[in-house]
Design a protein around this ligand. Structure first.
Ligand code: SAM
Length: 282
């Protein structure tokens, strides 16, 4: 195997839909480890069977990650080599594993990646939006108010933003994005990447919302939504994301007029723009 030294933990990417995207190295490493640590062992057993790999498996998901760590550290200290996989794509990217990897670092145990598919990067590579710098947001909060607040904070982000979205929330999110970021902001919907019904649709936020609303099929399957960053050369509301967050938090404690007056006095932000921001929140 072309590796320098076997680590205690391999973090292994698996396909996001098309089994042929598994790398040769991922198969070699999964065949060589002592134990596969998987988000959902039943789900991953299907992949392992397809690859003709039979290994002991342990689950590691958001509800048991902390409890599982001592057992996995013990195995690694006893010389076992572990392989971490998630249901699809790259572990830790909107998937469990961060606390485990952190614990291995703290225990001075080596961690090494086996890179491969990741829906966010696959989507960015075909979206036709600026890709040198990007902001990976992952899943937005499910609650409407929290989602609005998060998008308000992001509306001045100048980098391409990448969202993971559930199909049932896609249309609502496109409409909310259109309202908060402006209907003309360019975006791209990447659906079912690498699978049979793969679609890549680029357009303005309002065009995408209309397209998705008119075709129920577009509201099915796995979705990545990418939105172009705000253009810093175009005069926006002139309120940066930190000030925006501070103002919205202050509005929870003070009347909006008082909050706007305080920020106008201390930070020189336009009171009028702050009022507008507050009105958009209602
Ligand atoms: N760790 C994974 C990765 O590397 O992309 C992501 C896991 S996250 C729990 C699952 C989300 O990723 C889905 O809800 C969807 O937003 C996105 N996703 C995964 N596979 C996809 C695909 N084939 N096409 C489009 N989006 C996908």
């Amino acid at each position: 195997m072309p590796i320098v030294e076997a680590p205690a933990l391999w973090v292994i990417a698996t396909p996001i839909g098309n089994l042929a995207d598994i790398s040769k190295r991922a198969v070699e490493v999964m065949s060589a480890v002592d134990c596969i640590v998987a988000e959902d062992t039943r789900h991953s057993r299907i992949l392992m069977t397809a690859l003709a790999i039979n290994k002991p498996m342990l689950s590691l998901h958001e509800h048991n990650e902390l409890q599982r760590i001592p057992q996995l550290l013990e195995k690694a200290r006893a010389g076992e080599v572990l392989g971490l996989i998630s249901d699809a794509g790259t572990p830790l990217i909107s998937d469990p594993g961060f606390k485990l990897v952190q614990a291995f670092h703290q225990a001075d145990l080596n961690v090494s990646p086996v890179p491969g598919a990741c829906a966010a990067i696959a989507a960015l590579s075909v979206a036709g939006l600026p890709s040198n710098r990007f902001h990976f947001e992952g899943f937005l909060p499910a609650k409407i108010k929290a989602r609005q607040k998060r998008l308000q904070l992001l509306s001045s982000c100048t980098e391409t933003m990448i969202f993971y979205e559930s199909p049932k929330r896609l249309l609502g999110t496109l409409e909310m994005l259109s309202e908060i970021f402006g209907a003309e902001r360019m975006a791209c919907q990447c659906r079912e990447l690498t699978k049979r019904f793969e679609t890549v649709n680029q357009g303005t936020l309002s065009e995408l919302a209309a397209y998705v609303s008119a075709d129920a099929d577009q509201q099915r399957g796995e979705q990545v939504l990418l939105v172009s960053g705000s253009d810093p050369t175009v005069a926006g509301d002139g309120i940066d994301s930190v000030t925006r967050g501070l103002f919205l938090d202050l509005c929870q404690m003070l009347p909006p007029g008082r909050a706007a007056a305080l920020l106008a006095k201390h930070l020189g932000v336009s009171r009028k723009m702050l009022y507008q921001l507050h009105n958009q929140q209602k």
